[in-house]
Design a protein around this ligand. Structure first.
Ligand code: HEM
Length: 276
């Protein structure tokens, strides 16, 4: 996968912090279409052909929300991007048909005793395993995330309960990873090896919407990846701000994200760049 410029750099100017970071979403910008579309849709087709059970998981309770999601995706593309073809087949599961039309990964959550993940097509996970998450609650999905339980679990569940179809939201996540590949299904997180040239800044733009008919919540994930070296070269503030965020992240977060030891190597690379 080619590394391209990233439209969002969600680094905190004053250092790392754990936050829901939800902002109101303009419905005309629900999903994003860019020059990588053809390449990424081909990659999705290949993954669906070779690794369907890795990238798709569904339960019957997610069917109604998935069908409504497919209608919403078609309606959105028809209204906002009328030149794009909408001719993907309707033979497969509706969440797969919807995911084949857009660059985003798509998830459907339905409320029973709690909000649970009931359908998903996730071709570009950031090192987590979809099969272990299907049918589970928001709290269980986030079980491996340090600090989530103490700081974000309650507010996130309450946010899902209060969410209404009229107001959608979005948020950004980022990490540093030692591969430019969009498809990163492996659970184990390792510290990126090598120097700056081998690291990639990976950003997820996530949206959350409640659908009016099925009452399901739709969670979309759009993944952008760019070379950390190129970002450092393109903006003199990027490297120092990245370093500040790595340095100020709590140790459990550094371990979870696979950043242990990375700040030290980044500092050396940046110093070498300045001296060189
Ligand atoms: C909108 C509210 C949500 C918030 C505030 C939130 C927050 C977070 C945070 C802070 C992380 C740590 C990842 C990182 O920083 O790189 C995370 C990871 C993750 N989130 Fe969420 N999340 C939300 C919704 C969801 C939903 C609806 C899903 C449904 C699929 C989801 C699936 C995941 C998964 C699979 C991970 C990785 C967990 C792992 O490592 O096993 N999140 N989330």
């Amino acid at each position: 996968m080619t590394s391209r410029p990233i439209p969002y750099i969600p680094l905190e100017p004053k250092g790392w912090r754990m936050a829901m970071g939800l902002r109101p979403l303009d419905p005309r910008k629900w999903l994003e279409v860019d020059a990588s579309r053809d390449e990424e849709l081909v990659l999705k087709q290949q993954l669906l052909a070779s690794s369907y059970d890795v990238v798709v998981a569904t339960t019957p309770d997610g069917d109604e929300g998935s069908s409504e999601l497919l209608d919403e995706v078609r309606g959105f593309l028809g209204a906002q991007h009328p030149a794009l073809p909408l001719s993907a087949s309707s033979l497969g599961h509706p969440i797969v048909e919807a995911a084949r039309l857009v660059q985003e990964d798509l998830c459907v959550l339905v409320r029973s005793d709690a909000w649970r993940l009931h359908a998903a097509c996730v071709c570009f996970p950031s090192r987590w395993n979809l099969a272990t998450k299907i049918g589970t609650t928001l709290d269980e999905i986030h079980g491996p995330v340090p600090i989530y339980d103490e700081q974000l679990g309650g507010p996130t569940n309450a946010f899902f309960d209060r969410l209404r179809p009229e107001r959608a939201f979005w948020r950004l996540n980022w990490t540093l990873i030692d591969s430019p590949s969009l498809h990163q299904p492996v659970g184990a997180r390792q510290s990126p090896h090598g120097d700056l040239a081998q690291w990639f800044f990976r950003v997820e733009r996530q949206t959350v919407r409640r659908l009016p008919k099925s009452d399901a919540v739709i969670f979309t994930i759009r993944t952008y990846v760019a070379s950390a070296k190129e970002l450092c070269e393109g903006d003199p503030d990027f490297g120092p701000t990245l370093l500040l965020n790595l340095d100020t992240a709590p140790t459990p977060i550094q371990q979870y994200k696979g950043w242990s030891g990375v700040a030290h190597r980044l500092r050396s690379s940046l110093e070498a760049t300045v001296e060189g």
